[in-house]
Design a protein around this ligand. Structure first.
Ligand code: TXA
Ligand code: MG
Length: 345
């Protein structure tokens, strides 16, 4: 067990961030807020520091990490140039997109086990930026959840998962985007989407034209296609409850969820929208927000999955979404949370 220091900060000028940065410089692990989800950071240049990330999360050792930086200059020492990098960085950095380049091999080998590429992100969150700056090193950081759990969007999620397993936890406001970054592989032509996330495919294509989509994203794992982002092959984001996604017209979803609710003799939670909430006159009904505002739905998704575990339901029946815009990332996470138990109506 590690002694975990909790830094509840009031803003990015809070002096406690100096202590958190010092832990990183000394090879320790610190969880911190980003605009997508909370991350678990360590010095990307130190093998011992990076090892501790895998240990803390119980993360499979073949699953590479994203390196977080604060300036374009930081890229120089880490990766080779790639097509479209300028246009993409100008349009979306700092922000919720991770770009994959050919690695120069300067980070610890454990950051990208067996790969010659490196995933890099420049977060926009003021606290993340400040912590990276104060640390003075590139920070390797996966989401700050125990492996397999929904990614944390609030400080208490991190405290629940990682107390005793990391050296520090920086607590600030809720992560606004609520889902992890989009991952775009620039070593392929045209660039290939490996994980849908905070920046939509439509937004990327408006800047660089048509991109490829990793075929594995459109299939379930059981179809035998290996995703190119190794982490995408694991069941993820899973609450304790058994999740089912009900997908179809709003009217059909409402009627199917009602009949499934009535037929079940277990404790059932329903994950719906503001528009449909009144159609479920039961105890454990949580809305993700308005169906017209997919950003809101995304930002509440992981938090709500964790809430169902706090309530202690056995089953979650979740309404599905169209895969346009942010809907693509929402359905990707929902499908995984459900282990691909999708009922089309
Ligand atoms: O929003 C985010 O990206 C958050 C915050 C903390 O920045 N981080 C995050 O990291 O989601 P993680 O480790 O939970 O997810 C990283 C994903 C994994 O699926 C991993 O396999 C993939 O990125 N990945 C990392 N490096 C890669 C590489 N060189 N090639 C292909 N996939 C890579
Ligand atoms: Mg993760």
């Amino acid at each position: 067990m590690k002694k975990t220091r909790i830094f509840k900060i009031i803003d990015e000028k809070d002096e406690q961030l100096l202590e958190a940065a010092e832990i990183i410089r000394n090879g320790g692990t610190v969880a911190f807020p980003t605009e997508t989800v909370y991350g678990l950071g360590a010095n990307a240049l130190s093998a011992e520091a990076v090892d501790q990330i895998y240990a803390a999360k119980g993360r499979p050792s073949d699953n590479p990490l994203i390196v977080h930086i604060t300036t374009k200059e930081d890229l120089e020492g880490l990766v080779e140039h790639a097509p479209f990098e300028e246009a993409l960085m100008d349009a979306f950095w700092p922000g919720a997109i991770t770009l994959i380049f050919k690695s120069k091999g300067t980070v610890a080998a454990r950051v990208t086990p067996g790969l010659d590429t490196l995933a890099v992100r420049m977060p926009s969150h003021v606290v993340a930026k400040k912590l990276i700056e104060l640390s003075g090193v590139p920070i390797a950081a996966p989401s700050a959840n125990l492996s397999g759990k929904p990614s944390p969007t609030q400080g208490h999620h991190v405290i629940d998962d990682l107390t005793g397993r990391v050296d520090g936890i920086v607590i600030y406001e809720e992560s606004e985007v609520g889902l992890e970054s989009t991952i775009l592989d620039l070593t392929q032509t045209p660039p290939m989407l490996l994980r849908p996330g905070g920046i939509t495919v439509e937004a990327i294509e408006s800047v660089i034209g048509k991109i490829q989509i990793d075929p594995a994203l459109e299939k379930k794992m059981s179809d035998g296609i290996q995703p190119r982002a190794p982490g995408m092959k694991y069941t993820h984001y899973s609450p304790e409850a058994d999740v089912y996604v009900i997908l179809g017209s709003v009217e059909n979803m409402i009627s199917k969820i009602n009949s499934m609710y009535k037929e079940s003799n277990q404790t059932v939670g329903i994950m719906c929208t503001d528009e449909s909430k009144a159609s479920y006159p039961y105890d454990h009904v949580l809305s993700l927000g308005s169906r017209d505002n997919l950003e809101e739905i995304a930002s509440n998704l992981f938090k709500t999955l964790r809430k169902f575990d706090e309530i202690g339901v056995d089953i979650v029946l979740a309404e599905g979404y169209d895969t346009l815009g942010m809907g693509k990332a929402i359905m990707n996470r929902l499908n995984k949370a459900a282990g691909y138990q999708v009922i089309k109506v």
